[in-house]
Design a protein around this ligand. Structure first.
Ligand SMILES: NC(=O)c1ccc[n+]([C@@H]2O[C@H](COP(=O)([O-])OP(=O)(O)OC[C@H]3O[C@@H](n4cnc5c(N)ncnc54)[C@H](OP(=O)(O)O)[C@@H]3O)[C@@H](O)[C@H]2O)c1
Length: 263
């Protein structure tokens, strides 16, 4: 069945790849982006490739931008837009943590509430949140980012159970990706070096830390987003989506084992 699927953060990475995959499967995709330039690029790609994708700028932190969702009758909202600060909670400026929460948590919940204004009276629809395996086991020096994803993975589980009390036809689900090479992790780990200086508690270890983090992501990241996009497409198309969709399976199992052993 063809669905209308509304995505945030579609200018790159999972958002872009999922928008294209869903359109190729015959869905109508409203693929919103952080900037107008990204929307223009996506619109010309869609036109050239005859894909049913409409793109425009929607910054999830801007209330007037979020209102744009009300102009569309959508079956699925995929809250994918995300950002991440790095650095230790021992010293990271609080405004950076607040920004992570504004984008990853408050922006996506506010958009979900708008989408639900139509889904609840109609008694159909699905709202999906892209969290992370870093929202199940925290990552040091990505603690601000991890906190936002813990907030999502915990909160959305509860929201799903709240909605289930009154309807079986409006669904809430989580996507929890492991590490994928979209450029997102590299962008995030580099951010702390823009504000850390000689006064940082971690100044002495910063070079080792950089090498360690780059090595970690090089080892863990999957080059292709295909395994994750397949799961996201499944969640969007499901008539009764599961709570969690994760990939790659071996990172999801690893995280589960770490949680059993008290991580
Ligand atoms: N890659 C991974 O290893 C990984 C793992 C777990 C979870 N995730 C999650 O997957 C989602 C997508 O990430 P990705 O890996 O595909 O990285 P990505 O390519 O950087 O995608 C994130 C997208 O969100 C957009 N964005 C940032 N702030 C925004 C805002 N205020 N309003 C609207 N859009 C905004 C970005 O646009 P600009 O680039 O123009 O700012 C970018 O297009 C994120 O929620 C991320 O936390 C990724």
């Amino acid at each position: 069945m063809q669905k209308t699927i509304f995505i945030t953060g579609s200018g790159s990475g999972f958002g872009y790849d999922t928008a294209v995959a869903l359109a190729r499967r015959g869905h109508k995709v409203i693929a919103t982006t952080h900037t107008t330039d990204s929307a223009n690029e996506l619109n010309s790609f869609a036109k050239k490739n005859n894909l049913n994708i409409e793109s425009f700028k929607l910054d999830v932190t801007v209330p007037e931008d979020r209102q744009k969702i009300l102009k569309h009758d959508i079956d699925v909202l995929l809250n994918n837009a995300g950002t991440g600060q790095s650095g230790s909670l021992a010293e990271i400026p609080l405004d950076k943590i607040r920004h992570d929460f504004e984008v990853n948590v408050f922006g996506s919940i506010a958009l979900a509430q708008l989408a639900l204004q139509k889904m609840m009276p109609r008694d159909s629809g699905t709202v999906i949140f892209v969290s992370s395996l870093a929202g199940r086991v925290p990552m040091p020096f990505l603690s601000s980012y991890s906190m936002t994803k813990f907030a999502l993975s915990g909160g959305i589980d509860a929201m799903r159970r709240e909605i289930k009390k009154i309807t079986k036809n409006v669904h809430v689900a989580l996507i929890e990706p492991g590490a994928y090479h979209t450029g997102f992790n590299q962008k995030n780990i580099a951010k702390k070096y823009t504000w850390m200086d000689e006064k940082s508690y971690f100044w002495k270890i910063k070079d080792d830390l950089k090498i360690e983090e780059e090595k970690y992501f090089k080892m863990m990241e999957l080059k292709s987003t295909k395994s994750m996009v397949t799961q996201i497409v499944k969640a969007c198309e499901a008539s009764r989506p599961k709570l969690r969709y994760t990939a790659p399976w071996w990172q999801a199992v690893g995280v589960q084992v770490m949680r059993i052993f008290g991580k």
